[in-house]
Design a protein around this ligand. Structure first.
Ligand code: AMP
Length: 219
């Protein structure tokens, strides 16, 4: 099962992917997480991508494509993968099609999440993420706070705020989403594997509700 998570920042891609990973027992691979790990460890790749990320810009396609392609050959993704935050440009989507074809695999589902723009900023600045890389549970201080302040309910590790989760950066991330990523909706609509849904407090639908809907849809 190969799933792609599509959506503007703050729509809940990571939350939904994390829940689907537990249900479907296939790994969640987030290009953003891979980049953040490299930045934290100070690797060459980390140094290369740091400025793009802190300015809210996309990392160049060649760099991102190469990372995903090599991840596709890892043993743990043999049965499937949830791509969280990749592809983000039409060029990346075309490359992914080629990568999958080469491996006799096909994309089963593209989950497209949309959230009213006025909610996005609130969701992003209140987001906190579990620092345990094996857990990575996402919380929202307003919509879905942890039971104990600053601590993950699931594993007890510290919750952290991403450096790029601030108002200035989220504005350019949103801008880049509309310019570079949103054309993918039409791209996948044409391929016939798009599942679009709204995530919004105004209709009482959060990431966990969407994850349940998707599981029902797949069964
Ligand atoms: P995310 O954790 O998915 O919000 O990604 C954080 C940041 O990593 C993005 O704002 C981009 O700068 C970079 N990034 C993640 N995935 C991609 C991608 N597929 N293509 C280009 N840049 C990416």
């Amino acid at each position: 099962m190969i799933i792609v998570m599509l959506g503007a920042p703050g729509t809940g891609k990571g939350t939904v992917a994390n829940l689907l990973k537990d249900k479907l027992k296939i790994p969640q691979v987030s290009t953003g997480d891979i980049f953040r790990k490299h930045i934290k460890e100070g690797t060459r790749l980390g140094k290369l991508v740091e400025n793009y990320i802190s300015n809210g810009n996309l990392v160049p396609d060649e760099v991102t494509n190469e990372i995903v392609e090599s991840r596709l050959d890892d043993k743990d993704v043999e049965k499937g993968i949830i791509l969280d935050g990749y592809p983000r440009t039409v060029n990346q989507a075309k490359e992914l099609d080629k990568m999958l074809k080469k491996r006799n695999k096909k994309l089963n589902l593209v989950v497209n999440l949309t959230t009213p723009e006025e909610e996005i900023i609130e969701r992003v600045v209140n987001r906190r993420v579990c620092s345990n890389q094996e857990c990575k549970t996402v919380y929202n201080l307003v919509l879905d706070p942890p039971e104990k302040e600053g601590i993950c309910n699931k594993c007890g590790h510290e919750l952290v705020q991403r450096k790029d989760d601030n108002i200035e950066t989220v504005k350019s991330r949103l801008d880049n989403y509309f310019k570079q990523t949103s054309p993918l909706i039409e791209y996948y609509e044409k391929q016939g594997n798009l599942y679009s849904t709204v995530v919004s407090k105004s209709i009482n639908k959060l990431g966990k509700d969407v994850a349940k809907d998707i599981i029902d849809y797949l069964n």
